[in-house]
Ligand binder design. Structure first.
Ligand code: MOS
Length: 746
């Protein structure tokens, strides 16, 4: 492909526009079909029975009573569960859990499926499950970080290294003129997308069709294929719309496998949709952590050491760890940096990736510890961060592919009005007498690319079809990816039909790691360029074309025309070129992969700075976040409207982390006490005000062909610490756990 094309098409007219999401009307009017909206003929409804203890055995189930209930078609228990071809304790893909699928009568966590009931109606299946009336032999559950000894568990998958050390840690500690040594705790949090996990499974011989929300369609095909002993190409996943995902819908889960098994066994399509309560257990969560941070500084306030130890919960049968201590790397310059992780095996469902896995909990604590040390040293928190600004990647010295964090600090502080912040806490009150505090935090998130493929087809009428199995969790991929595709083809957005959300399309990769726009977008971009390159060759070779002999390298595509660069009068329309060439459509392919060499050359990170103002009632301890300013540098922004929404969503989740969310276990049974939206708090509109998102321009020639980094997760990262630090600044009380609740401030 020629440079000319790449340069010209990159700055096409769609990218950079605040286009409203193309599927928005369908979603808000109910026209969009979500997985559980499908009801093929002959459908059976499946309901799982979740364990109500966390550890022990199921000793009895009233299968006869459940089976006798009118409309109950079948009851599946460990006694009669048909065999699976794959081993459920294996992880067939990089996004896999060891799943619980009625292998035996052991209960390993509360919420684990202990039976599946199939009914002609949802009501019949639900009542059948109720009639099962399980009895248990219960062992004392271990659900808190102190309930089991820490183990060095090598985490698998998701790229979380257990321990990393750069420099001489002991020398770093010894060189410190001032130091802090603090322990913070973060709770278990459960991602609760509006749409709960669901599947409609239908078999046709050895071919399986799944209507199922998925953040990773083709990986899901491979995962389910493994469990059922069929080739991945025999599995079709249709996932046009998701009502949120946040990491939990990237992974095949036990309940879904059971529903698919039931469909195979009965020869009828089966639908399963988890209830809200059933989301707390078998589909992943953000594991609780206890983190110790030791920081030292020299006389000038420069860090001599960052020593971050993370302890995180995992299940008794799997090994996902929240890589919280990894936050120590990447953000601040220090001659000695260590992150280490240990895990505690508890009687809980396996944790998994949840929006900004690792960074969210790790940065929350790091940013609070930085704030504590800044105050101890008598340095303004922002000044302290600037003194320790990492010009290159800490530890490795690799250059950043781009890093406009300094500008994020400056613009964010200016917008917020940070200057003049009193150093001491408890200095500011508003006109209502509420204690007012200001705090800040830095945000960082890596820019992974998991790989993707795409196809573009230019039709004889001058419109195009672009295809990739990309997922839209609600973040707007259907729109931003179409914008990229339109630009790559030199077409207006309304001339581009975008197909995604179906596994038979070219593999769109994973909507995860904040890398979907970059990855699937690069693939679409490449596919469009491939079409234009071929079109240019056809025109240049065609004596009837005004572009005859022009040479491909000098052509640019815009608004459905190929032009000679710099000479708008010498042009040919896409439709004419194709018509003279036999009237056939023209297809191209692209991929979005990052070579290991490219990945190794630069540290690739999005950055941000978040400034928070809180008001605290001095008598009641009630906290309100009154203002939140986040300035983020995340490479090129394809759609500022959608990116702003993503960043706002992340910041709101940061408020949630700081003030609201926590799953609490009953100490006797191990059940989660607040497994619903009455007890598991998330912010509502009244909890959120004064959100201000600034997007800082950043050109990144290295991160990928588009210069796109990603905005899906970084919003949560800096916000948690900013809010906590503002609470300290308002009250003088340093709360070293999350969420920070009224009772902590009385
Ligand atoms: Mo995200 S936790 O990579 O969906």
């Amino acid at each position: 492909m020629s440079d000319t094309h790449a340069r010209t098409i990159r700055f096409g007219s769609s990218s950079g526009q605040p286009v409203s999401r193309r599927d928005g009307i369908a979603k808000v009017t109910g026209a969009a079909t979500f997985a559980a909206d499908n009801a093929p003929p002959g459908l059976l409804h499946a309901v799982i029975l979740p364990a109500t203890i966390a550890r022990g055995r199921v000793t009895a189930l009233d299968v006869a009573a459940a089976s006798a209930h009118p409309g109950v078609a079948q009851v599946m228990t460990p006694q009669n569960r048909p065999p699976l071809q794959g081993d459920p304790s294996e992880k067939p893909t990089m996004f896999s859990f060891r799943i619980e699928v009625l292998q035996d009568d052991t209960v390993r966590y509360a919420g684990q499926p202990i039976a599946l009931v199939l009914g002609e109606t949802l009501e019949a299946a639900t009542e059948g499950a109720r009639l099962l009336n399980p009895r248990y032999a219960m062992d004392p559950p271990r659900t808190a970080l102190g309930d089991a000894p820490p183990e060095a568990i090598a985490p698998t998958g998701f790229g979380t290294p257990a321990d990393t050390t750069h420099g001489d840690i002991e020398a770093g500690h010894a060189a410190a003129r001032q130091a802090i040594d603090v322990i913070y705790e973060t709770p278990a949090q459960y991602h609760n997308a509006m749409e709960t996990h669901a599947v409609v499974a239908a078999w046709d011989g050895d071919c399986l069709t799944l209507d199922m929300p998925s953040q990773a369609l083709n990986l899901s095909c491979a995962g389910y294929a493994y469990f059922f002993g069929i080739p991945a190409e025999n599995v079709t996943v249709r996932s046009p719309y998701l009502g949120g995902g946040f990491g939990s819908k990237a992974i095949p889960t036990g309940p879904q496998v059971l529903a698919i098994l039931a469909a195979r066994h009965t020869g009828r399509p089966v639908k399963l949709m988890l209830t809200r309560q059933q989301m707390f257990g078998p589909v992943g969560h953000r594991g609780a952590t206890r983190q110790r941070l030791r920081l030292g500084i020299d006389e000038a306030g420069a860090l001599t050491v960052i020593d971050h130890e993370g302890l995180a919960e995992t299940s008794t049968f799997d090994d996902f760890l929240e890589g919280a201590a990894n936050a120590a790397h990447g953000l601040y310059a220090a001659p000695a940096i260590r992150s280490s992780h240990k895990a505690v095996r508890l009687d809980i469902g396996t944790p998994g990736p949840m929006r900004a896995p690792g960074e969210a909990s790790g940065s929350a604590v790091l940013e609070c510890a930085m704030d504590e040390l800044a105050f101890a040293a008598g340095i303004d928190p922002l000044d302290f961060r600037l003194r320790n600004y990492a010009e290159t990647e800490p530890g490795t010295g690799r250059p950043f592919s781009s890093k406009a964090l300094r500008e994020c600090y400056a613009k964010g502080a200016e917008r917020f009005g940070w200057a003049g912040r009193p150093q001491q806490p408890r200095q500011m009150r508003d006109s209502n007498g509420l204690l007012t505090g200001w705090g800040m935090g830095t945000a960082l998130f890596p820019c992974p690319m998991f790989g993707a493929e795409a196809r573009a087809t230019l039709r004889p009428d001058g419109t195009a079809l672009v295809e990739t199995s990309a997922a839209d969790m609600g973040q707007g991929s259907w729109t931003s990816l179409a914008q990229i595709a339109a630009d790559s083809l030199g077409l207006p957005l309304d001339k581009v039909e975008f197909h995604a959300g179906h596994s038979a399309l070219p593999d769109g990769g994973v909507a995860g790691g904040s890398g979907h726009t970059a990855t699937a977008g690069s693939a679409l971009h490449g596919a469009g360029l491939d079409v234009i390159r071929q079109l240019g060759e056809i025109a240049a070779a065609d004596p009837a074309s005004p572009l005859h002999g022009a040479g491909n390298a000098t052509l640019v595509a815009r608004d459905g025309w190929l032009h000679v660069d710099g000479d708008n009068s010498r042009r040919d329309s896409f439709a004419d070129i194709l018509a003279r060439n036999g009237g056939n459509p023209l297809s191209g392919k692209g991929n979005g992969f990052r070579s290991p060499e490219d990945a190794a050359r630069h540290a690739m990170m999005s950055h941000g700075a978040v400034f928070a103002e809180v008001k605290v009632d001095p008598d009641l301890g009630q906290v309100r976040v009154s203002r939140l300013v986040g300035a983020f540098a995340a490479g090129r922004i394809i759609n500022p409207k959608l990116a702003e929404s993503q960043l706002m969503g992340g910041m709101i989740w940061g408020i949630s982390f700081a003030l609201h969310e926590a799953a609490r276990h009953d100490r006797k049974t191990g059940r989660i006490l607040n497994a619903d939206f009455a007890g598991y708090h998330v912010p509502v509109n009244a909890d959120v005000s004064g959100l201000d998102v600034l997007m800082i321009h950043e050109d990144d020639p290295h991160v990928n062909v588009l210069g796109v980094k990603g905005v899906g997760e970084i919003g949560i990262v800096g916000t948690v610490g900013a809010v906590a630090n503002a609470i300290w600044h308002a009250t003088g009380q340093r709360v070293r756990h999350f969420p920070i609740r009224i009772e902590d401030l009385l």
